[in-house]
Design a protein around this ligand. Sequence first.
Ligand SMILES: Nc1ncnc2c1ncn2[C@@H]1O[C@H](COP(=O)(O)OP(=O)(O)OP(=O)(O)O)[C@@H](O)[C@H]1O
Ligand SMILES: [Mg+2]
Length: 188
Amino acid sequence: MKRGRIIAISGLVASGKSTVAEKLSEILRAQVISSDVIRKRMAGIDPFSHIKCGYKKAIYSPSFTHRVYESIIKTAVKEAKEGKDVIVDATFSQKRYRDMLRGEAEKEKIPLFFFFLDTPEATIIERLRKREKERTVSDADISVYLKMKETYEYPQEDEDVVVLKGDKRVEEIVEEILKTIKEGQNGF
Ligand SMILES: Nc1ncnc2c1ncn2[C@@H]1O[C@H](COP(=O)(O)OP(=O)(O)OP(=O)(O)O)[C@@H](O)[C@H]1O
Ligand SMILES: [Mg+2]
């Protein structure tokens, strides 16, 4: 059976991952697999309820995070093997989880397109101030952003991650993603 594609949208807190993933999902009619949604489902809590538990604690502990990535990667691979396109929305702040997804995709011969949204700090802070008043699945706030940016393992040149400017209009970012996917597919 023809494989679906996996499109991964990574980046720091409030870089715009979920917004871009949702817009892209409407155009591609593809499911979004969100680490935030899966994490809360695994913990048995409502996606829109908020947990302020301290950085890398409780459902954000390294061991829970490991299980979350295993789950989202497994689901993405399963869907793509069934011929469906899937969008993965997660920070991928550690290289090992990017490698894990790439390894699984390669094993199953699934086309993988990896993006990193590079959004300036001033934009992120402004967005987080605004988002405080909005309904969101994310628990991340400015303090989480400030901690994560110190430890985020930024994608390296040899990783084949496409870096996109995240402070453009969402429609423009989605357009760039669609263009990259189309060009990449020509080689298949
Ligand atoms: N391209 C954009 N232009 C303007 N505002 C945006 C854009 N992308 C996202 N936003 C706004 O910025 C805020 C953060 O975006 P979003 O929740 O999509 O980020 P995220 O990367 O998913 O964050 P998290 O890591 O916390 O899940 C939201 O309020 C969203 O509406
Ligand atoms: Mg999000």
